[in-house]
Design a protein around this ligand. Structure first.
Ligand code: GDD
Ligand code: MN
Length: 380
């Protein structure tokens, strides 16, 4: 017969407390990293001997079954946990959720692909426990570190982004783009609600959100080559970085996601004109038909681009894509009415055509953005 503890007479639940308190959580974001899971656990076990640690893999439902591999490992090793997210994507968001799931006083973030040198983890922890730093960065750009394994093209991008962050954003450390760091969990909790879940640049975001209030130390490491799987860094990640920079430059007044939305909207005009010209030159009998076709075409491209870029972390697919498009068109139509209404009223008060026109257009864009975020690409 199976009895739960609480079914026993006079018995209250007695928690099972492990003998040692947890010290360190290593958060490991994964997307298609099944082949690296076992090896990384083996290495953590070796390098963190004597430290009470756990690893939280945050997996975005990878098609290669990474989460299953993690759970297999976790079934026989309680230090290994899996946080599986469904219908979501994004490195920064995964890191934040992993850190928020930790109960340890110290949390680290490390890639799953073995490119980060896990053997410096104990030294990173020492810097925190000794009280000399609040945040320790595994750095490629201080003496002793290297990023030689980056392809030339990627190395250039990395250097440019680092320069941008240091000059424009005033971040002082050598490698603010590193994806390898450790910090006090209380410091993370203080700022967690202000961090962006978009893009790759979680460390940069932490540094800027904490506004240089953290004492930072850098420990060099050699960025290794990837042996299994492939990088998820692409043009979109670059775009998201620019959005983050702009958002921070405007002190959060401009939502980085709105910047992408507005950029997509602007390209929509070009798409519209090209489609209009093509339609006129080929099959359209009259202008109205051509304009209608161009409008539908531009709306569809706009919708698909927003689905791919602006809302890449909550992409719609299948039937959801169709419903989403219908909603997007309805919102757009209502937005156009708001836009014209506002512009006409403004014009009646102050007849400066471009002022009234621009105000209407901006209002329409903000309407479209906020409604789409809420109803078309809502978080699940
Ligand atoms: N959960 C989740 N969701 N994990 C992700 C996602 C995602 O959408 N995208 C990437 N990851 C995981 C990968 O599986 C890997 O463990 C880690 O995040 C880093 O991704 P890579 O695709 O290997 O990135 P990279 O090697 O090109 O970039 C790394 O180095 C950069 C510096 O050059 C990262 O550490 C960057 O943060 C770092 O700036
Ligand atoms: Mn990598």
């Amino acid at each position: 017969m199976n009895l739960a503890v609480t079914d026993l007479p006079g018995h209250s639940v007695v928690p099972v407390v492990p003998s040692e308190p947890l010290v360190l959580t290593v958060v490991i974001p994964t997307f298609n990293e099944a082949q690296n899971v076992r090896e990384i656990v083996r290495r953590l076990d070796r390098t963190l001997s004597g430290i009470c640690w756990e690893a939280i893999f945050v997996d975005d439902n990878s098609p290669d079954g990474t989460a299953d591999t993690v759970k297999e490992a976790g079934a026989s090793d309680r230090r290994v946990r899996c946080l599986k997210r469904i219908g979501r994507r994004g490195l920064a968001g995964a890191c934040i959720e992993g850190m928020l799931a930790s109960s340890a006083p110290f949390v680290a973030v490390m890639d799953a692909d073995l490119q980060h040198d896990e053997t410096i983890l104990p030294r990173m922890l020492d810097a925190l426990t000794s009280g000399s730093a609040d945040l320790v960065v595994g750095s490629r750009y201080v003496p002793g570190g290297s990023a030689d394994s980056l392809a030339p093209q990627r190395a250039k991008i990395s250097r440019a982004a680092t320069g941008l962050a240091r000059r424009i954003l005033g971040v002082e450390i050598a490698d603010p783009m590193s994806g390898f760091f450790m910090l006090r969990r209380d410091k993370l909790d203080d700022i967690a609600d202000r961090l962006s879940t978009i893009g790759f640049k979680i460390l940069l975001d932490i540094l800027m959100t904490a506004k240089n209030s953290l004492r930072v130390a850098e420990i060099p490491f050699e960025f290794r080559e990837r042996t299994h799987g492939e990088s998820k860094f692409d043009a979109q990640v670059g775009l998201e970085f620019l959005g983050l920079v702009l958002g921070k430059l405007t002190r959060g007044v401009i939502d980085p996601r709105f910047i992408t939305f507005a950029l997509v909207g602007t390209t929509g005009l070009a798409v519209h004109l090209i489609a209009l010209k093509l339609a006129l030159e080929t099959f359209a009998r009259n202008f109205s038909t051509a304009q209608t076709i161009a409008t539908v075409f531009a709306m569809a491209t706009n919708f698909l681009l927003n689905n791919a870029l602006t809302y890449s972390d909550r992409r719609l697919s299948g039937l959801g894509l169709l419903w989403g498009f219908l909603g997007f068109c309805l919102i757009g139509a209502a937005g156009a009415i708001t836009n014209v209404g506002l512009a006409s009223w403004l014009y009646s008060q102050e007849p400066t055509w471009w002022l009234a026109g621009a105000a209407g257009a901006i209002m329409g864009a903000l309407w479209n953005y906020s409604m789409s975020s809420q109803f078309v690409w809502r978080t699940r």
